[in-house]
Design a protein around this ligand. Structure first.
Ligand code: SAM
Length: 172
């Protein structure tokens, strides 16, 4: 079975290649692709005590790294609009062989009724319609990495600090 350490090391190598090819950040049709730090994310998963009972969803999963790592701890789904990034995620997972699931779709049309943990390294504010949809369907905690685009009017939970990086929580 692949370990979280192996996943972190694998993406460190990928990041060196990405930086050389200037592929580590780019525009997508829905926003901006950039990546979360997996060492921080691994500490985060341990801190929130995510478990096999959870259904974790990454809203805008980019190259799949966060939901590949999350799959070590729980059921894990990444939703990404950009076709190339979804294909790249599948390619990474073919090597890492985890149970992570990748969906190529607009996350605004996903049914969140079975999701228990939502994660977003948001690249824009959520619109009111999407927040209303989440309020109706989702019963759990939404975590926002770095917290620039945080949702208004949703009850704020504890902020988790890892190595000076805040991950904000919102209770649905
Ligand atoms: C900043 S990246 C974060 C990638 C990944 N979650 C991580 O933390 O490494 C944000 C991603 O969200 C995607 N995205 C933005 N809006 C979306 C939407 N409505 N549906 C699906 N993907 C979306 C973008 O294409 C981009 O790849």
């Amino acid at each position: 079975m692949t370990t979280s350490k192996e996943i972190i090391e694998y993406f460190k190598i990928i990041d060196v290649q990405k930086k050389e090819n200037q592929e580590h950040i780019r525009d997508t049709d829905k926003g901006i692709f950039g990546v979360s730090n997996l060492e921080i994310m691994d500490d985060f998963f341990n801190k929130i005590r995510i478990s096999k009972e959870d259904v974790f969803v990454d809203l805008g999963s980019g190259d799949g790294r966060v939901n590949i790592l999350a799959s070590i701890y729980s059921k894990s789904i990444g939703i990404e609009f950009d076709k190339e990034l979804v294909q790249e995620s599948i390619k990474h997972n073919d090597i890492l062989k985890t149970a992570a699931i990748f969906l190529e779709q607009d996350y605004e049309s996903y049914d969140f009724s079975k999701t228990t943990i939502l994660f977003s390294f948001a690249d824009h504010f959520f619109n009111e319609k999407f927040i209303a949809k989440l309020s109706k369907e989702f019963k759990g905690t939404l975590y926002i990495y770095q917290g620039i685009f945080t949702p208004e009017k949703i009850t704020k939970g504890k902020t988790i600090w890892i190595n000076q990086t805040p991950i904000y929580s919102y209770l649905f």
